[in-house]
Design a protein around this ligand. Structure first.
Ligand code: ADP
Length: 320
């Protein structure tokens, strides 16, 4: 059966944060697409006008490293977002132990991620939910950012759906401290986490379940705030931030004082990684969002001009 008289529905691809995603054929173009169904049934007035305005803006985001939003329409209490179909995602590639990455491959993946981000940041659109499974990979090895702007339109995913715990590993410290006003720097932090994950082949700031936080008061632990575990994890990796490192920190809504822990040296966390890569990484992981490197500055970092040069996308390793 056709959806909107145009899309022939095929199998379900997976359950996403906002709803089910299925494969379909666009009978108008003959192309394979991925359709994301988002439940909006409960809202009496249908999709709110702000959401529609934002979706219109997403349709105008056109860049080689951004997933193209082909179409968007309401259908039977669901909003349907039609995207170009992609074969796999970066999470699948990172997790596949048969795939070997060279430093040049890592550089290529990071370069494509930052180029996509730079384009959106120029248009003042934040991603807010960057993680390897939102970085989709096409047949030609091209990496494209998916789910752009959805977090802003449909609300922060990990507040609504508990299965979305992974997203927390990529959250910038200002978000974890409850910042209401934040900017492009949150995407830079998340991209830094992806960079680190490419280098380590496992999530860098992964909080294992039931790891008890050791740096904060019992009250906070009993309140069950798991952002605390994530902050503990970050501070263990980079040291507890001092006031002069991040002056605005103590004014953030959920700020609490953490026990001071010193930072281990970055090379000890990333042995075998080049000095250029570590310098860029440390700039992406700057605590103060105002001091954190921007995407444009990151693209100008010497890491991208020093040897080895980034692998041509068509020559990147593929999962078998
Ligand atoms: P999440 O919200 O958890 O990031 P998504 O809603 O993005 O998940 O996607 C759910 C599933 O659909 C995933 O398995 C993903 O690989 C697949 N998927 C999403 N977008 C596309 C696409 N454009 N092409 C192919 N598969 C996709």
């Amino acid at each position: 059966k056709k959806v909107a008289d145009r899309y022939l529905k095929q199998e379900v691809l997976g359950q996403g944060t906002y709803g089910v995603v299925f494969k379909a054929t666009d009978t108008k173009t003959g192309e394979t697409v991925a359709i994301k169904k988002i439940r909006i049934g409960k809202q009496k007035e249908g999709v709110n006008i702000t959401a529609l305005r934002e979706i219109k803006m997403l349709k105008e985001l056109k860049h080689p490293h951004i997933i193209l939003l082909i179409d968007a329409f309401p259908h039977k209490q669901n909003l349907h977002l039609v995207f170009e179909f992609m074969e796999t995602d970066l999470e699948g590639v990172i997790r596949d132990s048969n795939v070997f990455f060279s430093p040049a491959d890592v550089k290529s993946y990071l370069l494509m991620t930052l180029k996509g981000l730079a384009y959106c940041h120029e248009k003042r659109v934040l991603h807010r939910d960057m993680k390897p499974n939102n970085l989709l990979i096409g047949p030609d090895g091209q990496l494209k950012l998916a789910d752009f702007g959805l977090a802003r339109i449909f609300g922060s995913p990990d507040r609504k759906f508990t299965h979305q715990v992974f997203a927390r590993w990529y959250r910038a410290p200002e978000l974890l401290f409850g910042a209401k006003r934040y900017g492009a720097a949150v995407d830079v932090w998340a991209a830094g986490c992806v960079f680190a994950e490419l280098l380590l082949r496992r999530p860098f700031l992964q909080v294992k379940k039931n790891l008890s936080p050791i740096f904060v008061s019992l009250d906070l632990i009993l309140s069950g705030n798991s952002d605390i575990d994530q902050l503990s994890k970050i501070f263990t990796a980079f040291g507890t931030p001092k006031a002069d490192q991040w002056p605005d920190m103590k004014n953030l809504p959920d700020y609490v004082e953490y026990q001071f822990v010193p930072a281990p040296s970055l090379p000890s966390l990333f042995p075998t990684v080049s000095e250029d890569a570590l310098d860029l990484l440390s700039k992406m992981f700057t605590y103060d969002p105002k001091a954190r490197i921007s995407v444009t500055q990151a693209l100008e970092h010497r890491y991208f001009t020093s040897a080895p040069s980034p692998t041509d996308p068509s020559k990147l390793p593929k999962p078998i």
